[in-house]
Ligand binder design. Sequence first.
Ligand code: CP
Ligand code: NVA
Length: 305
Amino acid sequence: MKRNFIEIPDFSRDEIFETFELAKELKQKTKQGIEHHLLKGQTLAMVFQKPSNRTRVSFEVGMYQLGGHALYLGPAEIGLGKRESVADVARVLGRYCDGIMARVFGHQDVLDLAQYAPVPVINGLSDLVHPCQIMGDMLTIIEHKGKAEGWKIVYLGDGNNVANSWVNLARFIPMTLVISSPEGFEPNAELVGRTQKAGLSEIVIEQDPQRAVANADVVYTDVWASMGQEQEADARKKIFKPYQVNQSLLNHASKECIVMHCLPAHRGDEITDQVMDGPQSVVFDEAENRLHIQKAIMVKLMKKN
Ligand code: CP
Ligand code: NVA
């Protein structure tokens, strides 16, 4: 049966850790120039309803490095659900391609692609979650801090798709996950409830950013207005200002704390230049790891035995 990666819980705990291991192996091979054409001759369709730098480039380069090919289909080409139904797009792409990666607005669209496509579907960001991002982020934490488990990870800002995927990962990897958002901008309550029920991690919703970052091992932030919320950007700037990741806030965290941001960053808003370019920032390692983790995810889903 074909598999999809729409949300982190589509993988078991073992599969999540196997993916980290495979990503490390593929990263090493890439750095050493060792060919690893595990998806030789395969094609990935990349459907984008929104802009992208990291997701688009890392999937395309990743397919090339795996001996395959990726096809960029932007909003003007496919007209997902407008020119043609999502189900028909899925059925047709599945006749040409071996996998589909999609970046969509409504999460239901990527679920529908997965339901109707005869090939694996990977979520490259929806309004609800951004699973490839958080898998790459945890790989970055493992590399910088030596292990996945047990850290105090503090997410500051909007309880958006990125925050929701952190909540999902905490269902499988024990951590203290502190989400510090203004009232009304908390992460998805249903996902929080499921992670709390799983009982592995502690999820803390702490409105006060200074209290939130006390002794943090990882401080994480993202844009205050996500793609599709551009018209709210000015209003949000006022609401989110106390959640800016700056040096004085970071002084409350652990000395070994690393700073992460999924990017693109709005420098001067959610993060200052000083922090982003400072010694604790791992944001570009994090961006690079999108390539390695997604190659591992594609191999797990698409490799033909
Ligand atoms: N972090 C991330 O997904 O970046 P892009 O929007 O540029 O793909
Ligand atoms: N929350 C952001 C993430 C961008 C990678 C957005 O959805 O625009």
